[in-house]
Design a protein around this ligand. Structure first.
Ligand code: KIV
Length: 296
């Protein structure tokens, strides 16, 4: 395997700076869209960081797209920390956000602060994300009070799929939309530096984004958000189980991987791999000496 160079800036001559939560706010003020993607491993984080993404979310979506769970509920803190550490080794500039998994912040405020702290202390993250609105205010205040930036997450909150009745668009009625707006304002007041809006009508997401001072990051929430996020395995066509309507596929890597694996299998069966260029030979002299030793 060839050596992987350590993280370095892109070839752009522009001096890159580490993205912080302040950069998020400044981008919103300037009307500059914020880019965010999910990553769960070192090479993906390295490629994304070099491509110039503003922020990398180590999402608990890893439970579905990497670990093969049915939903995000079984994901543990230890699994999250393991993947965060890999991502942190690959990314130098992007703002790194660790997604707090189910039951890591809902049981008590103390546990929530301790678990949020693990993302920074052990996982190398810069901030955490958690799901929910008005019911999370005390938790958000406590984590922010411990010096840990918090990103909120409203709309379709996958950790509540059983309560929501599945992966469904949220905020479609006037009442539900108004509740979501109130939740967003409350999260902002509690100290969140940004909020993900997932699977909500585009008009509502735009309205909420205008009302807030902090940036919104949309996924399935239209172009009126202050930034966008996608699950990288969806964008790359790496996750074949289903693709949400709001995903734009930029590659079909699952098919490409299958092709490469099939070609490899065929090459091995046909003894077309490894070739001479993939093999190492001994010096003739050493080989003759070896044969003399081995064969007497
Ligand atoms: O877990 C995740 O990847 C997320 C994004 C969909 C925002 O929460």
């Amino acid at each position: 395997m060839s050596a992987i160079p350590s993280p370095s800036p892109t070839t752009s001559t522009e001096q890159r700076k580490k993205v912080t939560t302040r950069t998020f706010l400044r981008k919103k003020e300037r009307g500059e869209p914020i880019t965010m993607l999910t990553a769960y491993d070192y090479p993906t984080a390295l490629a994304m960081d070099r491509a110039g993404v503003d922020s990398i979310l180590v999402g608990d979506s890893l439970g579905m797209v990497v670990l093969g769970y049915e939903n995000t509920l079984p994901v543990t803190m230890d699994e999250m920390i393991h993947h965060c550490r890999a991502v942190a080794r690959g990314a130098r500039y992007a703002l790194l956000i660790g997604d707090m998994p189910f039951l890591s912040y809902q049981v008590s405020t103390e546990e929530a602060v301790r678990n949020a702290g693990r993302f920074l202390q052990e996982g190398g993250m810069d901030a955490v994300k958690l799901e929910g609105g008005r019911e999370r205010l005390e938790t958000v205040r406590a984590i922010v009070g411990a010096g840990i930036p918090v990103m909120g997450h409203l709309g379709l909150t996958p950790q509540s799929i059983h309560q929501l009745g599945g992966f469904r668009t949220q905020g479609k009625t006037a009442q539900a939309a108004y509740r979501l707006l109130e939740d967003a304002l409350l999260l902002e007041e509690a100290g969140c530096f940004s909020i993900v809006l997932e699977s909500v009508p585009a008009q509502l997401a735009e309205f909420v984004s205008r009302r807030l001072h902090i940036p919104t990051i949309g996924i399935g929430a239209g172009v009126g958000c202050d930034g966008q996020v996608l699950v990288t395995h969806d964008l790359l066509g790496l996750f074949d189980r289903f693709t949400p309507r709001f995903v734009k596929r930029y590659a079909n890597l699952h098919a490409e991987m299958q092709r490469a694996f099939r070609d490899y299998i065929a090459d091995v069966k046909a003894k077309a791999f490894p070739g001479e260029e993939h093999s190492v030979a001994m010096d003739d002299e050493e080989w003759e000496a070896f044969l003399a030793l081995a064969e007497g």
